[in-house]
Design a protein around this ligand. Sequence first.
Ligand code: NAD
Ligand code: IPM
Ligand code: MN
Length: 365
Amino acid sequence: VRRYTITLLPGDGIGPEVISVAKNVLQLTGSVEGIEFSFKEMPMGGAALDLTGVPLPEETLLAAKQSDAILLGAIGGYKWDTNEKHLKPETGLLQLREALKVFANLRPASVLPQLVDASTLKKEVAEGVDLMVVRELTGGIYFGKPRGFSTNENGEEIGFNTEVYATYEIDRIARIAFETARKRRGKLCSVDKANVLEASMLWRKRVMAIASEYPDVELTHMYVDNAAMQLVRNPKQFDTIVTNNIFGDILSDEASMITGSIGMLPSASLGKEGPGLFEPIHGSAPDIAGQDKANPLATILSAAMLLKYGLGEENAAQRIETAVLDTLNRGFRTRDIFSEGNKLVGCKEIGQEVVKSIDPKVPIA
Ligand code: NAD
Ligand code: IPM
Ligand code: MN
């Protein structure tokens, strides 16, 4: 058997609900595929703040670094919203991404035939959408200096941040994006605000420079405001999108809605070396936390990305993806993706159905 250590970071809100389901799915998939997982659950985010006083305890980071891959639920909640910057759950997540050097965040959004009715877009617009947002994750305005609070010449309080990108940061994310596009339909759209922002001007210049290494990939550029509009006008025009940290954050939430729900979108955060971080793109959803209403499929699909991109276990990854499709084919739906004629179930129950669909007797093609 192959053995891997997985750090589980359930976090806050619906995080523990979706992680517990995804853990069962991973465990069973492993047993079918001859993989033995040893799971190590560690506190993170608000849960860690309450327990230890910091959002990313040293022991959590150490465990994460020493494992083969990390699966995170979600962090954050009303309770900690007014905390100082360094004591926010979100700060812990940014510290984790930075410490793991996972600069490349892959966020695939595809409209499954089973869920066309769940999309808020018209059927003919949503049908067949299959795109990948490659989001830069450890730079830009999230990390740029100077940042902070100060006062202006009128003695008024100001808050400020800096959007900054160095050449090496753009080059490495551009290469990941070109490689990604090459393995998909060979089209890359770089999204920026190069008509206004210097950091975007450099972004565009470097993406164009790196393009010479990938003559087989068709590169286009789009301003972010137009991209936000085009995503709902005609999302099928996109194959791979590469963009900075903050635009990628926003556009991936927008793209998720084309697929029916933010509860469907997984992600993989990868660096040059060391374990990858895998998490749904949604947050802790405090409005539905503790009610067994969350859609765990984004986290289950993140577990599939963990197997594929984190461990190179492609068969196991495919087994999970197939089980998710099978569960949807059998009509099970959480609230967020429910449509007439289907069976409305909670987080636990849809998880159990996915587990049933991971049938060891059915070989994966
Ligand atoms: P959110 O993604 O948590 O929720 C937005 C809306 O989508 C809510 O109505 C929620 O109920 C719904 N939703 C989200 N995930 C769902 C799921 N799996 N199934 C069904 N419905 C789902 O975003 P928010 O409300 O802006 O943020 C809430 C908290 O989460 C904040 O503290 C925020 O900072 C944090 N957050 C964390 C992460 C993360 O951990 N990676 C990501 C985004 C937001
Ligand atoms: C995400 C989240 C995070 C981000 C927050 C919680 C720090 O919105 O993972 O998309 O902005 O990256
Ligand atoms: Mn986000």
